[in-house]
Design a protein around this ligand. Structure first.
Ligand code: GTP
Length: 324
């Protein structure tokens, strides 16, 4: 089975974390984000992952290579220009089998992909959308289903407080190549706004999938996903810890520093005496001075926080310095 993963976006909402590093290989706890996704795809029988790249493709290839031994193989397709979610899949079609998974490359999830594939086959669908139930759909597109699973309608992203619980598009699809009949080549096309609405009544189905699902595309959700992994709310290979703390053995932490509740401290970080790090992620080689306080923040590699400084609710770019 093949999976096409869309990883061509610029990840603007996670800047400055993603200014120089593409979102799919940003470290999440202790490994590049996409490693979780590739592992999940492999666990559902995918043996080839095709990455639809645009932004900084060489870095992706450097980090992920051909895939891990025993896992799916990984290869790379680079769009000449951003073609949008539908245009990117259209561009990749010559490389794909008749039926394939297509996924947004920024979700951390353990949803049952095999159930989506089986339902697609049972119904003879052209496109099947994995749908995730949420209490508050603010910022997501809602999908209406008939009792037999046919998609009836899409609703644009509701404003805060304007909609109740519903099913959202989880960015997880099984597609037949025929779903792209008539889609022009070489121009920007949105699968959510153009292709799927055009398939309503013509082989488009949705399947509710329960489990864990989060789009890691904003700083708050990136932090939440980190705690969910460490505290074991999503199935991954990372060692769990109920206090949400993950410290790399290559970090140097003063015996008088306080780490957590909830913290990721990557390799090469140095934390001085009296410093406090809570609710925060420190990527490689950050230096936190004596008595400094870091809370609810994400620090890119090599950030330096001076002795006595206070960093709260911040997202800091590579090698930034914070003075007291
Ligand atoms: P923001 O800029 O923060 O909105 O993030 P993003 O660029 O990742 O955009 P968004 O979250 O809307 O994209 C959803 C998924 O589709 C992500 O995995 C993107 O990498 C991917 N994506 C978006 N546009 C394109 C595109 O033009 N080409 C490809 N190959 N992937 C895309």
């Amino acid at each position: 089975m093949q999976a096409l993963v869309l990883v061509g976006g610029k990840g603007t909402r996670l800047r400055p974390l993603t200014t120089e590093i593409p979102k799919p290989i940003l470290t999440l706890v202790d490994r590049p984000f996409l490693s979780y996704m590739i592992e999940w795809l492999g666990s559902h029988g995918v043996d080839e992952v095709v990455l639809a790249c645009g932004f900084l493709p060489d870095q992706l290839e450097e980090v992920l290579g051909d895939g891990e031994p025993g896992g799916p193989s990984v290869r790379y397709l680079v769009e000449p220009e951003p073609l949008g979610t539908g245009g990117a899949i259209r561009f990749a079609l010559p490389e794909l089998e008749e039926r394939f998974f297509a996924l947004n490359g920024d979700v951390l999830t353990d949803l049952d992909l095999s159930a989506l594939w089986d339902s697609h086959l049972d119904r003879g669908a052209r496109a099947s959308l994995g749908l995730y139930p949420v209490e508050d759909p603010t910022g997501y597109g809602l999908v209406d289903l008939a009792d037999d699973g046919r998609v009836l309608d899409f609703h644009e992203k509701p404003e805060p407080g304007h909609a109740g619980a519903g099913l959202i598009n989880a960015g997880t699809y099984v597609l037949e190549k025929s779903a792209f009949d008539g889609v022009p080549e070489g121009r920007e096309v949105s699968i959510e706004r153009e292709i799927f609405p055009g398939l309503v009544g013509n082989g488009l189905y949705g399947v509710r999938l329960d489990g864990y699902w989060v789009d890691i595309g904003t700083p708050d959700r990136y932090l939440d996903a980190s705690w969910d992994i460490i505290e074991g709310r999503v199935t991954t290979e990372v060692e769990t810890d109920p206090s949400g703390v993950h410290v790399d053995p290559g970090a140097t932490i003063s015996g008088e520093a306080t780490i957590g509740p909830r913290a990721v401290v990557a390799s090469g970080c140095t934390i001085g005496p009296g410093a406090e790090v809570t609710g925060s992620v420190l990527l490689d080689g950050c230096e936190i001075g004596k008595d400094a306080v870091v809370s609810n923040s994400i620090l890119s590699a090599g950030v330096n926080v001076a002795a006595g400084a206070n960093v709260s609710d911040r997202v800091l770019g590579k090698q930034e310095s914070v003075n007291a």
